[in-house]
Structure formats: structure tokens, C-alpha cells
Write a protein that binds this ligand. Sequence first.
Ligand code: ADP
Ligand code: ZN
Length: 337
Amino acid sequence: MEKKKFQFSTAAVDYFFSGSFTKLKEVVDPKKAILITDENIYNNHTAKFKNWDVIVLKPGEQYKVQATVDAVIDQLIEMGADRTATLVGVGGGVITDLTGYIASIYMRGISFGFVPTTILALVDASIGGKNGIDVGIYKNMAGTIRQPAFILHDLAFLNTLPAEEWKSGFAEIIKHASIKDVAMFKQLEENSIAAFQKKKQLIADLVKRNALIKTKVVQQDEFEKGDRKLLNFGHTLGHALENQYELTHGEAISIGMAYAANLSQSINGFKQADRVISLLEKYQLPTFAQFNKDKVISVLSKDKKKVKDSIQFILLEKVGKAVIQPISIDQIYQTLA
Ligand code: ADP
Ligand code: ZN
């Protein structure tokens, strides 16, 4: 395992790249750890969980809600978990969000770590300390910012990751490339999901590169006063669509990125909307959807990133360089197809 320590304002986080789940016992005391995972991961990797205390949740974004938090807290009390316990979220973004959020409020906060098992969680959700739950159709409406003690990568989990989840994760990778890394954008253009699945080293390098991009952005702006907002590229519209239309997160933000790329072209002199859209298509992501404008605008107007009547929108200046620009809700309404 390659161990690297990253300093955030409130805590340092140990990252274990190219790690192995069997080494988890060297990272956290099995007597103090409670693992939280979901049925799909547990059923596909049951042997790995032997000798650990495990809470197994139902899979899916619809369980990223307060009722699950309440149920897990009841179980923790029943298991006798005290302030010295460490919660370890083993799973995708839903599990890492729930685990980080529960650990942040249980007994006013206990320690936690992550073993991300989806591309999306490896390159995005597990990093940066933001953890929360959905409230109705509003994504991540309640949550905390608090860093995990560690993030351990075991890419062997990806062997059982469904095709849909690969695509969803690549949407975040394309996001990182679009806002921060033109060289990676080119690499993505030259490759495909199949190519990354075939070559272990290629996917390991890509996962690490993306984890580092996100980490660096968060380190520079942990509480989202500036640059961290760039990570919302595609997410403003994406989040408004996601819970309303049963899209995966990746599909929703892909549509959001295509819209933002077109908007960048029409109002910001960006010249490569087609290039962004082609890359999304290459990774089998949707770039257009039929939706109810009024419903979407009503959700957008409750966006956390709204200031007065404007939304801090992320636009591209060129591939690899994003900017923050306030756009009025009216203007968004006009430009929605
Ligand atoms: P994310 O927010 O990272 O997209 P979720 O936590 O919603 O992910 O997980 C997506 C789906 O993939 C869920 O159904 C989950 O149970 C399943 N899943 C996660 N990791 C794996 C894995 N390594 N193998 C098989 N299924 C997995
Ligand atoms: Zn996202």
C-alpha cells in the first residue's frame, strides 16, 4: 500500500492508494471498528467482512435519508458503540455519505474512515469531508463538513461494479478533466471504459490522479469560498434533475455538463462545447433530456448555491479551465431548451 498524508484545515487524512482490504486491520483496530456497507457489496464480497462488526444497509440513493440515520444510530447504541468507536464506510457514495454524517453526529462526533468501492466514491464522494443526506427531492440538504481519518483504496472491489456505475463514475472524471486537467481530457478521448477496465495499471493511475485533483482543490478551499465551487460543474442543473427523474448521479451531471458547456459557448466565448459533449457520449453518458422546465427551475431556486436571484454557475473558459459566474434564474429559464 502506498500511504500518503494530506493536511486539511481541521485534520490530516491518511490515504492508502493501491491498497488491500486485508490491510484494514492495520489501519483501524477491529475491536473498535464498525463497518457500514450495503447488501450488494456485502453479498459480492462476504468473505472480506468476516471477523468485523458490520451493519448492512439496503442499497440505493433513496436510503440516503434521515430514517436510515435513525436506524443506524439505534443499532450503534445497541452494539454499545462508544466515543472510541470508528465507523468505516465500505461502499459507494451513499454509504460514504451516510457513514461520515452519522459518525459526525453520533455522540457529538466519533472517528470514521472510508473504503470506497465505486469509481465515483474513489475519485469524489470519499474525498473532502462533505457528508450528508437528501431531504425529499433536495440532494444533500442536511450534512456536515468533517474529514475522515483515512481513505483506503482496494480496486479489487471494482471487479463486481455494475456497468452503470462505471459510467456514473466516469462522469465525475470527465468533470475533473474539463475543469482542471486538459492532458487527462486528451487521455480520456484516446481511451474508453473498456480500455480502463482491461488494464489494471491504467485505472489505478486514473483513480489516483482524480483523487489528487479533488484533494488539492479541497485543501485550497475546504469550506467552499472559491475554487471548490468549480467542482460543481454540471451539478447545479444535474442535482435539480437527479432526484426528479430517476437518473443516476452520473447521468444527471452529464446532462448538466452538456448544458453548462453550451451555456459557456453562448455567453462566455467557450469554443469547444462539442468536444465536451463528444467525450460524454464516448463514455455512454446522456447529454440531453426532456424535462419540465418549471419544475426544474423551482428546485434550482432552492439551490444551496443561490445568492439572491442568481446562481453561482460553473462555466468553462477552455477545456481544463473553469470559472465561476453568477447567472440569474431568469437567464437559466430562458436558456433551458
Ligand atoms: P455512488 O453514489 O458511488 O454512485 P452508491 O453507493 O449508490 O454509489 O452505489 C451504487 C450501486 O452500486 C449500489 O447499488 C451499490 O450497492 C452498488 N455497489 C457499490 N460498490 C459496488 C461494488 N464494488 N460491487 C458491486 N456493487 C457495488
Ligand atoms: Zn457529483
